[in-house]
Design a protein around this ligand. Structure first.
Ligand SMILES: CC[C@@H](C(=O)O)C(=O)SCCNC(=O)CCNC(=O)[C@H](O)C(C)(C)COP(=O)(O)OP(=O)(O)OC[C@H]1O[C@@H](n2cnc3c(N)ncnc32)[C@H](O)[C@@H]1OP(=O)(O)O
Length: 300
């Protein structure tokens, strides 16, 4: 990359980091640090990250099978750490978010929820998770939620923090918050409205409706239904194949595509155009661009 290109790239990265800092200050008013010790007091399970360097696809696995992959406090902290690791993965192209043992995620661990049920702790937890999931959605990687089994409550919210949702035929997404006397607090409502529109979002939240794969596909919540028999890694290999059509080519170009989509999705038009120019500058005259020009391609 030229010196000029590198400077533009740093500018684009700086702008995205500024967006992320804006999320922190907008969603908390203060830092969400106070909640870390409290979350640490609810251990159990893990959030695992496996970076597949050959393909540029990372697997992020929510792993707490004894509780249907519910998020313990320590898992919320681990998720933030994993997202932090992905933010600096310059060779990466995509991330698949999945649950362990054939089911996606049943939301917050109800034991932690009970203990943090006062408004102050609830707000801090919600700020912390909003920040983490906003950063997940803004990663310069194509993100896919692979929904096998159930995605409930916070698990349903997690699916909306990905660019795409793939569902196996046994999958269910359900915003069960109403049954808990709640609304989503991890940013899931704001994202849901943007994905399916306000009419559908209101139906899903006020009715706590179960979304099966076909209904999800009709309303635009589900991008693809994976018809595969259940079994270790079977759905994952289908998901990887589906993802393959979007991640051919060099990582900087894939990351640039994601960055212009994030700015187009989130910023006012003038700022989005400015970011688009900066990101364009990182790929214009870059190795992939020069190689393509030398090949005189025909796009048939
Ligand atoms: C702000 C809150 C909101 C958010 O964060 O956005 C939330 O997410 S609140 C949590 C919302 N989720 C739930 O309310 C899920 C409650 N669980 C269920 O409805 C059912 O367990 C199930 C997920 C539909 C599975 O049912 P089934 O297949 O019949 O299995 P079991 O019920 O026997 O579950 C096995 C085991 O897992 C425990 N479990 C499941 N979910 C949670 C959870 N969210 N927190 C803690 N533990 C959970 C369940 O209690 C069973 O444990 P044992 O009884 O010890 O076997």
């Amino acid at each position: 990359m030229s010196v000029c290109g590198a400077a533009r790239c740093r500018g684009a990265v700086r702008r995205i980091l500024q967006q992320n800092r804006a999320v922190c200050s907008h969603t908390s008013g203060s830092t969400p640090e106070g909640i870390r010790e409290k979350l640490q007091a609810f251990p159990g399970g893990s959030v695992e990250l496996q970076k597949q360097r050959d393909s540029g696809v990372a697997l992020l696995t929510v792993n707490n099978p004894a509780r249907m992959n519910a998020f313990s406090g320590s898992m919320m902290l681990e998720l933030e750490q994993r997202v932090r690791e992905l933010e600096t993965w310059t060779e990466g192209k995509a991330v698949i978010v999945q649950g362990a043992a054939g089911t996606f995620c049943s939301g917050s661990d109800l034991n932690a929820v009970r203990a943090l049920a006062n408004p102050h702790d609830g707000m801090k937890m919600c700020e912390f998770m909003q920040n983490t999931l906003t950063r997940l959605l803004r990663l310069p990687l194509i993100s896919v939620a692979l929904v096998e089994g159930r995605a409930l409550g916070g698990g349903a919210e997690l699916t909306t923090a990905c660019d795409f949702r793939l569902m196996t035929s046994d999958g269910v997404i359900q915003f069960v918050h109403k049954h808990m006397g709640l609304v989503p607090g991890w940013g899931g409502a704001a994202r849901l409205v943007r994905i399916v529109g306000s009419q559908n979002a209101l139906k899903l939240l006020s009715g706590a409706k179960k979304v099966d794969p076909d209904t999800g596909k009709q309303m635009g919540l589900v991008d693809e239904v994976l018809h595969c028999s259940s079994g270790e890694g079977n759905a994952l290999s289908h998901a990887e194949r589906w993802l393959g059509q979007f991640i051919q080519g060099p990582a900087p170009v894939i990351q640039a595509a994601k960055r212009v989509v994030v700015s187009g999705r989130e910023l006012p038009l003038d700022e989005a155009l400015q970011t688009e120019r900066s990101v364009f500058g990182t790929v214009w005259g870059g190795p992939a661009n020069l190689e393509a020009l030398a090949l005189k391609p025909k796009h048939k």
